[in-house]
Design a protein around this ligand. Sequence first.
Ligand code: ASP
Length: 439
Amino acid sequence: MIKVVKFGGSSLASSKQFQKVGDIIRADRSRRFVVPSAPGKRTKTDDKVTDLLYRCYDAVESGQPYGKIFQTIQDRYNSIIEGLGLNLNLDFEFKKIEENFNAKAGRHYAASRGEYLNGIIMANYLGYEFIDAADVIFFDENGNFDSEKTNEELAERLSTMDNAVIPGFYGSLPDGSIHTFSRGGSDITGSIVARAVRADVYENWTDVSGFLVTDPRIVEDPLPIDTITYRELRELSYMGASVLHEDAIFPVRKEGIPIHIMNTNRPQDPGTLIVENTCRKPHYTITGIAGKKGFCSITTEKAMMNAEIGYGRKVLSVFEDLGLSFEHIPSGIDTMTVFIHQDEFVNKEQQVISGIHRAVHPDSIELESDLALIAVVGRGMKSARGTAGRIFSALAHARVNVKMIDQGSSELNIIIGVRNEDFETAVKAIYDIFISASI
Ligand code: ASP
């Protein structure tokens, strides 16, 4: 059995957190490959080391004093080393980093040092071998992740090792310079390592006990989700639910490796298992509810539109030509509506209107702004009758006006459009009808 374990920033924010991580790793010999993030926040008002590194580098680059912030970064690492009682001194590394900052090594390099240094500490603490991610994670010259080259070389490198620490978040470009994933990217590294070693499971340790059915800022104490499929997760994360980096599912998905989200502070909790597929019956018809505010809709109406071949394509090409991507397109007999992100749309609004007039000569074009979209997601919906009906009646009871409803053909999700101000009420009502009412 091989497990790849990734620990997030809050799990590695202090020596006390490192000790919890050490206990977790030592409790199971199959936890052989470890991917650490940089130290995160110890308290709500604390700084993440990654943010400090960006700030420090920006100061160096713009000729501002940077000594204090660089010292704060060093202190963060030194206090971890001291707290763990390690025989390790990073002064040489700090010196090299300062030199490279002054030589303008770039923001990617700067940010990556958070994981790099934490990886060295972790390897020393566990007695595992340290592998610099720059040697095994590759990007192409445009900064796109090179998955096949990485998988080949990483698999080869790790095949003879019992265990190793591979820092998250970064790799290298063909010219050898450092390149990072987008923020939160250590999740991706963990997934890449899991694929390369053909792990049985990719454990992603964080500070929550898995995914919750919905946002705890909207519903008090929502239930955790015990099992979720990749596809359900994708729908929920796209709609704003965040625990894991969106791109982290792709490498493991290729190999059908499950991801287990676990809580470093409560390792006894079951967490959430993300799987390719499962015949475990979901407890509830829905798996999760997520949503986002800030959409607008553009509705075109034209008598006999349904008979006009190419109408939809012509309308959508207006959006395409303006570089706008759409979210949903519910349509009626003589109407077609396009949902789009409001902040992208505002500056191009008039071009869209004139473009549509030119393209299809509609009878009217109507705009509506400040809309929210809610995704109700669940593999259980396929076999349950009346899901849409239950959503509608719950929303009617809560006096929420439904502006749009769109059921994906996978029957995995139902998307509902409501006004921004009804968003929270709507999410609560849906949660209550499917979850609270069935507990
Ligand atoms: N340290 C990086 C960040 O703060 C990457 C990560 O933690 O996954 O975004």
